[in-house]
Design a protein around this ligand. Structure first.
Ligand SMILES: [Zn+2]
Ligand SMILES: [Zn+2]
Length: 424
């Protein structure tokens, strides 16, 4: 714009003129001066920004607590997810029937986990107050299925606790839930963590997750994926099973419902969770679940998967699944054995998972249902190994269709851990 334009300015033109002049000036400034200023700024900000030090960087985790005895204890088998008639959608499954059945197939412990939303959180006056909720033979854990719009979780406790408080906090922030859970002193476990009713809470508020829900093994692939992700991130979370059985066999044909057929395919202990407990007590079962000395088998008659490691190559096993040790920098000898009724003259396939990826596959010989392998866990950082065993299925005559549904899946172990921070 020429200077003459300025003599007949209206306010709009003036603004135009001023802005154009300003833009020429700015252009010059940008070309000549700004790079210098910018350079100065860059240098200024680079030096002014406080240097970030990653507070989470891997550091030596110090001494780990000693590993518990591998022999002072006993293996106990049970089911951690069963619904009785106190869950309104369950049929023909009173508490007495579940307990009598459990006893008849030699089950050591069970947790009847009725839906808390069916009784507005008041489990104490329903399932636990049921006069049939007692047994001299089967350890009955106190628990319930925390049934919320963000997903389902099971509580396991050796003694009654105030479940109402956990029910009431269900829609609050996870930090509030974590505080309540800690105050109650309970073991909280994520149920069927993927798919419908997936566990939509932080995995930091749980102690274990259901990696094998119901007899149908094939539908658990995503739960296993979530477990490996959590383990890989340093969370030492126990994997456990749960039949999630809702229905019993009807006493008489007229009691049959549309779901009665389920009892023939999926019932108590499909699958079975084994724990290595220090004693035959409810508290020892819950403690074993928390510390991860746990494996899961297709049913109560299927062989149990045991996973051990020999740290110093002296032929004596030093740790088992759930245990956590410092790596020595030397090779570790691992042993997987199947205990119980195995099918002779048939090989079982043991797949070893290391840090979420496949490490290798090993076949048992037809005489000894065990395999060994060697590996050197990283001297720094975390390493974990877990195993999955496939092979000939075991019949469960009391639940006759179960064997076909669990297929070749025999069992799985919890991991053996190296360098996991116990204070994480
Ligand atoms: Zn559920
Ligand atoms: Zn359930």
């Amino acid at each position: 714009m020429k200077e003459t334009a300025h003599s007949k300015v209206n306010s709009e033109n003036e603004i135009t003129f001023i802005s154009k002049t300003k833009s020429i000036l700015l252009n010059n400034l940008t070309k000549k001066v700004m790079p210098v200023i910018m350079l100065g700024c860059v240098n200024f900000f680079a030096t002014a920004q406080p240097s970030h030090k990653n507070p989470w960087i891997k550091a030596d985790i110090g001494k780990l607590p000693p590993i518990a005895s591998l022999t002072m204890g006993l293996w106990l088998k049970g089911d951690l997810h069963v619904h009785s008639s106190h869950s309104t959608e369950s049929a023909n499954n009173p508490v007495s029937k579940i307990i009598a059945f459990s006893k008849s197939v030699g089950i050591d412990y069970i947790c009847i986990t009725d839906h808390d939303n069916h009784v507005n959180g008041d489990v104490a006056h329903h399932t636990w107050a049921d006069p049939e909720f007692k047994s001299d033979d089967v350890l009955l854990l106190y628990g319930a299925e925390w049934t919320t719009v963000r997903g389902h979780g099971n509580v396991f406790s050796a003694q009654p606790y105030d479940h109402q408080r956990l029910y009431d906090v269900r829609d609050q922030r996870d930090t509030a839930i974590g505080r309540i859970k800690k105050g109650l002193g309970i073991h909280l476990s994520a149920n069927h963590p993927s798919g419908k009713d997936h566990f939509g809470y932080s995995y930091d508020i749980i102690n274990s997750l259901e990696v094998w829900n119901s007899v149908l093994w094939s539908k658990n692939a995503e739960a296993i994926m979530i477990w490996d992700d959590m383990l890989s991130s340093g969370r030492k979370l126990t994997g456990r099973g749960g039949s999630d059985a809702h229905h019993g066999n009807p006493e008489t044909p007229d009691k049959a419902t549309a779901n009665s057929g389920q009892a023939k395919a999926n019932y108590v202990c499909t699958p079975t969770t084994w724990v290595f407990a220090t004693a035959r007590t409810k508290q020892a079962v819950v403690d074993a679940l928390t510390n991860g000395r746990v494996s899961v088998s297709a049913n109560p008659y299927a062989p149990r998967v045991e996973f051990y490691a020999d740290l110093d190559d002296n032929g004596k096993m030093d740790m088992m699944m759930g245990d956590n040790a410092k790596p020595t920098g030397k090779a570790v000898k691992f042993r997987v054995q199947l205990t119980g009724k195995t099918v002779s003259d048939t090989a079982y396939t043991v797949t070893v998972i290391k840090n979420g990826g496949k490490f290798g596959s090993f076949n048992t010989s037809d005489k000894i249902p065990a395999i060994e392998f060697t590996d050197t866990p990283a001297a720094t950082g975390r390493t974990y190994y877990r195993v999955v065993v496939e092979g000939p299925p075991t019949a469960y005559p009391e639940v006759p269709q179960a064997m076909a549904l669990s297929g070749n899946m025999v069992g799985l172990s919890n991991p053996i851990y190296f360098n996991f921070d116990p204070n994480f």
